[in-house]
Design a protein around this ligand. Structure first.
Ligand code: AMP
Length: 406
């Protein structure tokens, strides 16, 4: 069996996808939204048709039960398909998890213990796992962590330069996020180029509404831009990314802002949106073209930060074989790709404007022949990555069990 039901459970939503790991296709997908509100909704897509229902959805249990009913009613029938596992996306695996894990009560308790590090994400992830285990008790459940790929960061990259005792006591270190995507894309790159991952040094740029960069040496992550939380690093849709920590102190002391207000400012009222009122690149480019000065500055700040990280990761890696763009902006925005790598010919890096043009839906090299660093666009697929990791883990466990019986 190779089909996995992938679940991404948020505070008021459940996204799901039924993934065939052999063909690499989504057989069906959907989203339950506004859980706990007066008007909930479910969208279920299968065989080219999307069905929408609006109903109050009291909690995650009601939502997931409704999803399973839709699979029965509209297809594909999960019994007939036969799912190998349920794969759950979990945001924070802390220092505990360096790869996927089969869900047990103990694993749930460990994820729960990490909730202070991701208070908005881990608790709803756990709710999703609990209800899915109840409703689908006969299949293994596997958790895949956003942080796991970055467990290999060297201490020098993972350590904040603050009092070591305080850091230890509160788990303050750089964990990194979007790891499933960075891992998937860097592995895809090696496969597409017909090279062994251990022979390639890569800079991976995951540019979506959230954005992160990573440096991957020989298949192993050695640096990434997100830290204790997904707030550090690049300028994002609504998040500030890097900022002098004294700004927070200043705002609290002198502007009378509360911790919650500062949290809201940095996570939801900053980034492109904070600078220009717009966080979708399509609209942002239209505004720039119309001469909007704020939109133009927002784009400049975004690209300046991105280029700074690219330069820094050249220094981290020493030799860069591949720079790869992925996620909503990285895959679709040729202006961002071209400007991010403009005028770097002296580093052996360039973008061929013809190859770069437009939205890119299949993996593609966009650098000219002469460039010593290959620039690529590789669409990410976190659901497929989660499904593959779940199937691989179950395979390993089954093999170990077989050996045990032999
Ligand atoms: P993600 O978080 O990976 O889904 O990326 C979402 C972001 O991708 C949106 O906020 C847009 O800024 C960007 N995006 C999506 N489609 C396009 C497009 N055709 N051109 C430019 N940017 C796009």
């Amino acid at each position: 069996m190779s089909t996995v039901l992938v679940i991404n459970s948020g505070s008021s939503s459940i996204k799901y996808q039924l993934v065939d790991t052999v063909g690499g296709e989504a057989l069906a997908s959907g989203i339950v939204e506004r859980i706990g509100e007066a008007a909930g909704s479910i969208k279920h897509s299968f065989a080219g048709t999307t069905t929408s229902r609006t109903d109050p959805i009291a909690d995650h249990g009601v939502g997931l039960r409704a999803v399973l009913d839709l699979f029965r009613e509209l297809g594909p029938d999960l019994q007939e398909v036969g799912i190998a596992a349920v794969g759950h996306r979990v945001v924070h695996g802390g220092s505990v998890f360096d790869g996927p894990a089969i869900v047990t009560d103990e694993v749930i308790a460990q994820i729960d213990a990490l909730s202070p590090l991701a208070p908005l994400h881990n608790p709803p992830n756990i709710t999703g796992i609990r209800v899915a285990r109840e409703l689908l008790p006969d299949v293994p459940h596997v958790v895949v962590f956003d942080t796991a790929f970055f467990r290999t960061l060297p201490e020098a990259a993972a350590t904040y330069a603050i009092d070591a005792e305080v850091a230890r006591e509160h788990g303050i270190r750089r964990y990194g996020f979007h790891g499933t995507s960075h891992q998937f894309v860097s592995q895809q790159v090696a496969q597409i180029l017909g090279r062994r991952p251990q022979d390639l040094n890569q800079i991976v740029l995951h540019l979506g509404n959230g954005a992160s960069a990573s440096a991957v040496r020989g298949g192993v992550a050695v640096e990434t831009s997100m830290g204790l939380t997904p707030l550090e690093g690049l300028v994002m849709g609504t998040r500030s990314g890097d900022i002098d920590p004294a700004v927070l102190i200043h705002l609290q002391r002198n502007a009378g802002m509360s911790v919650d207000e500062i949290d809201d400012l940095l996570n939801r009222r900053s980034g492109l949106k904070g600078l220009s009122g717009e966080n979708d690149f399509r609209t942002l480019h239209d505004l720039v073209a119309a001469g909007d000065a704020e939109a133009s500055l927002a784009l400049d700040v975004y690209l300046h930060r991105l280029r700074k990280y690219i330069g820094a990761y050249f220094a981290v890696l020493g030799r860069v074989d591949v720079v790869v763009f992925t996620a909503g902006v990285g895959e679709n925005d040729d202006i961002v790709r071209a400007r991010a790598l403009a005028d770097l010919e002296s580093l052996g890096i360039a973008v061929d404007l013809e190859k770069n043009e437009g939205r890119i839906r299949e993996p593609r090299v966009i650098s000219p022949e002469w460039a010593t660093t290959t620039v690529m666009v590789v669409p990410t697929n976190e659901e497929l990555a989660i499904a593959q990791q779940a199937v691989d883990l179950i395979g390993v466990v089954d093999d170990a069990a077989d050996l045990g019986h032999a």
